[in-house]
Design a protein around this ligand. Structure first.
Ligand code: CO
Length: 134
């Protein structure tokens, strides 16, 4: 059911430092910071030949990554995003198999303008999974 790895998201305490690390030390193509108030994060996209890395920093009071950064002050891997052909069909199949969705179970528009859903990490080996309509 899942297709390409769309991105790996890394929560970071300092977006400027993290961007410089990826641009200068690792020599990657790094975007400007993109605030996403609907998601409570500012995102920097790192383009790799076969996938993307997203550097996420908290934005606003109720950022969904604030708790993660409180537990992991140096930052760390936050989630993986897999592409699916049909997000509603994927959701229905996952729910039928007992997987829990975060939120109300309805897709939201993600960082790339496509519908996304998040799956509970406790159901996926301790890893937060995002699925995105391909
Ligand atoms: Co993501």
């Amino acid at each position: 059911m899942i297709g390409r790895l769309n991105h790996v998201a890394i929560a970071v305490p300092d977006l400027v430092k993290a961007s410089a690390l990826y641009r200068e030390t690792l020599g990657a193509k790094v975007s400007a910071p993109l605030p996403q108030p609907d998601h409570g994060v500012t995102v920097v996209f790192v383009d790799l030949p076969n996938t993307k890395i997203e550097l996420l920093a908290p934005l606003g009071e109720a950022s969904p990554i604030a708790k993660f950064l409180a537990r992991n002050p140096d930052g760390g891997m936050h989630h993986l995003c897999y592409e699916v052909e049909d997000i509603l069909a994927a959701r229905d199949r996952l729910v039928a198999d007992g997987a829990r969705m975060l939120g109300d179970g309805n897709p939201k528009t993600g960082a790339h303008g496509k519908p996304v859903l998040f799956l509970h990490p406790k159901d996926f080996q301790g890893t937060l999974i995002e699925i995105e309509q391909a």
